[in-house]
Design a protein around this ligand. Structure first.
Ligand code: IVH
Length: 711
């Protein structure tokens, strides 16, 4: 509920909502801390807490000691010795919008006018587990979890296994002299890549996997056997001095430098002279979110002057002088209402989820992909389940998995279809592949998708010809293949619902204009399995037209760099089919017969540039990316050096990214690579961001919901 919703309620309603929220939050605390099995995402939890706080602000007289706001975290679990913290280990209030941040600032200025001129640090908010590290005479003597903020668990033995944790400070003998006593707060975390690997290994051993990196850090640190912890790739960021003896820094910014000088791992942060800079820094971190090797769910804004920060005091368990500004959520839970299937243009059958509508990062999500039937089986996803749904930046929303703890017994296991839901023909499955196919060449669903794809920006770019019209054309039997588009008449179109003169003429003009598109576009549009824009561009380099390509043998194709046996077979197979021969004849007769401009004379937009690739790209393998860059005149090197012009960054980038940053080498995403090469990026890189400027990243706040893949 929003604050406005609450303000509209009368007192009795508000009271009911208040009691309901308390009950709900207590339950989620229990699930999270005691059972280690949460049923909602952190983001949803934070929102519930925020709502509770709003009500308590309106009615402070209602607050009783049993309110979740009055409790700092959860009681320490059994099994570890309890440690009393030297000072309360506090938590943070959350903001979800610029306005929340500005309101926070205004409140502080009212409280203390000195805040008006305050400077700030902006730090990443690490999604890990808070720890308290005690050093005496430079020796690490005690390490504890946060627990309830007053008392934590003694996990010293486990923390000693964290390799980044300095056991003696300063680590560098030339560093600053160690204070007699120092208590440092930090965050133990695991990188995204290590998280993925660890879960893979756990799954392979048949052990329970972790939900997210934080859950993993917590679970690993609280192992009763330190040998287990030692095997976990835990890391540390230090960011606060809780207390100590000696001459200690007076600002947060100096604290970070000081901790670094002592040998603690400290993240890069921003030092901001005013609030505008703070909001800008937030946006910078938000943009970099995907490139960071660790999970980061927001930034922490801190008043830099520690004396001023202190003097502002604490509300409940949150210091007033700090604020967590959260990134838009990417993972929420909702109910899986149904599983349906989509028939793609190559006949591939892909399941997708119908969801109870839910907001993720500003978009309402109603559908999400389920990848394939094997995925549903492996994750044991059932209809009626509560499921985690993730939508990160520019990817299509997908189901992460079921919340098994929330099961009621009413959930229905899913049975994949045996027949095509559109044409009714039996489905086919190659035992070596995960996917199922409808192999009926006349299946109307496939044909509609092929027409749609043929007309898309990735292929022949026929404006106005989208999914709906493609389906109308197929249903009215006006087209049996893509070539028939070029034989459509005005009268044909006027028969269709929603078509008047103008619309018919526009569409015909668009179709006519597409006749002159380059060969690679036409090739892409034919929906030959495995032949997307990259391979099409490669083929265009070697074959002047479709007749020449139709003559190519498997051996010949396989000899081309970037083409393997599967694609070679698929191409030869496609050209051998009589209905495709007929299609080609029709295209030729209609004058849709582009001839390639061969390599030598073709523009080479990437000529003279050296690229290095890191991480997983969405539309091409490494080999294909190399072929793509070379086909456009560029060069690909295997490691970053001063000679590198650009680093192409995919998902989960490796150490090359760091190296590039050190050397100041510009980084680009996959989409920008296409754009630099003068190619239209495939739809999956551009989906859901029609309003986006030509280069850069997709805006995760974009209200448009990405559409589902066509298969
Ligand atoms: S300062 C008094 N700085 O976020 C608050 N906390 O939601 C002290 N966290 O419990 C925390 N990164 O475990 C601070 N750069 C950062 C942080 C950070 C992650 C965690 C911390 C805290 C939680 C609050």
């Amino acid at each position: 509920m929003t604050r406005e919703d609450l303000l509209k309620m009368d007192e009795a309603q508000l009271r009911r909502r208040y009691e309901e929220l308390k009950r709900e939050i207590h339950y989620h605390n229990y699930r999270y801390y005691v059972l280690n099995a949460p049923v909602i995402s952190d983001y949803e939890y934070d929102r519930l807490m925020q709502e509770l706080r709003w009500i308590e602000e309106l009615h402070p007289e209602w607050v009783t000691p049993d309110s979740p706001t009055q409790r700092v975290g959860a009681p320490p679990a059994e099994g570890f010795r309890k440690v009393r913290h030297p000072v309360p280990v506090l938590s943070l209030a959350n903001a979800f919008s610029d306005e929340d941040v500005r309101a926070w600032f205004r409140r502080l200025v009212r409280l203390d006018p000195r805040v008006e001129n305050a400077d700030f640090t902006v730090e990443p908010k690490i999604d890990g587990l808070s720890v308290v590290l005690h050093y005496r005479e430079g020796q690490f003597v005690l390490g504890a979890t946060r627990g309830d903020g007053l008392e934590g668990e003694d996990v010293t033995a486990n923390l000693r296994t964290v390799k980044q944790l300095p056991l003696r400070i300063p680590v560098d003998p030339n560093g600053p002299p160690p204070p007699r006593y120092l208590v440092v707060r930090g965050e133990v975390y695991i990188t995204k890549e290590d998280f993925r690997r660890l879960n893979e290994a756990l799954a392979a051993r048949g052990e329970r996997t972790y939900l997210n990196p934080r859950n993993t850090a917590a679970g690993s640190l609280r192992q009763l056997d330190p040998r287990v912890t030692a095997e976990r790739p835990l890391r540390l960021w230090a960011y606060q001095i809780l207390t100590g003896e000696g001459d200690l820094p007076r600002t947060q910014w100096e604290t970070l430098q000081y901790l670094r000088a002592l040998g603690f791992p400290v993240f890069d942060a921003d030092h901001c002279p005013d609030l505008d800079c703070v909001l800008q820094a937030y946006r910078k971190w938000l943009q970099r979110r995907d490139e960071l090797p660790y999970e980061c769910d927001g930034v922490v804004i801190k008043i830099n002057d520690l004396a001023l920060q202190q003097s502002l005091g604490v509300v409940g368990k949150d210091p007033r002088g700090m604020l967590a500004y959260k990134f838009p959520a990417r993972e929420v839970t909702t109910k899986l209402l149904d599983i349906r299937v989509n028939v793609g243009r190559t006949g591939k059958i892909t399941p997708y989820a119908i969801l109870e509508p839910v907001e993720i990062g500003g978009a309402i999500i109603r559908k999400a992909t389920l990848h394939n039937f094997e995925y549903i089986r492996e994750k044991d996803i059932r209809i009626g389940d509560r499921v985690y749904v993730k939508r990160s930046g520019d990817v299509i929303p997908y189901i992460v998995g079921p919340v098994k703890e929330a099961r009621t017994g009413e959930e229905i296991p899913y049975e994949p279809p045996t027949h095509c839901p559109v044409c009714g023909e039996p489905l086919y499955h190659d035992p070596d592949e995960v996917d199922w196919y409808c192999v009926n060449a006349a299946c109307p669903a496939q044909l509609a998708r092929r027409i749609e794809y043929f007309a898309s920006r990735t292929a022949m770019d026929i404006p106005g010809l989208g999914r709906k019209i493609a389906e109308q054309l197929v249903e009215a039997r006006l087209v049996e293949d893509v070539a028939d588009l070029y034989y459509l008449t005005r009268d044909d179109l006027l028969k269709l619902e929603g078509f008047a003169e103008k619309k018919a003429e526009n569409l015909l003009a668009g179709i006519a204009a597409s006749r002159n598109r380059p060969l690679r576009r036409l090739l892409t549009g034919l929906s030959i399995k495995g032949v997307g824009p990259t391979i099409a561009a490669l083929l265009e380099q070697h074959y002047p037209d479709l007749d020449a390509l139709a003559q190519a043998t498997r051996e010949e194709l396989e000899a081309l760099e970037g083409i393997g046996p599967v694609i070679a077979r698929s191409i030869v197979d496609w050209f051998s089919r009589p209905r495709h021969r007929r299609l080609l004849e029709k295209l030729k007769k209609a004058g849709v017969w582009p001839r390639a401009v061969q390599a030598a004379t073709q523009a080479q937009p990437l000529a003279g540039l050296t690229f290095v690739i890191t991480g997983t790209l969405k539309t091409m393998t490494r080999e294909q990316a190399k072929a793509f860059i070379e086909a456009h005149g560029g060069r690909v090197a295997s490691s970053v050096s001063r000679k590198t012009n650009y680093l192409v960054v995919g998902a989960n980038p490796g150490s090359k990214l760091q190296k590039a940053r050190q050397l100041g080498i510009p980084t680009i995403d996959e989409r920008t690579l296409y754009e630099m090469a003068g190619e239209t990026p495939p739809a999956e890189l551009t989906e859901g961001d029609a309003d986006r400027p030509a280069a850069g990243r997709a805006d995760p706040d974009s209200p448009k919901q990405p559409t589902l893949p066509l298969g």
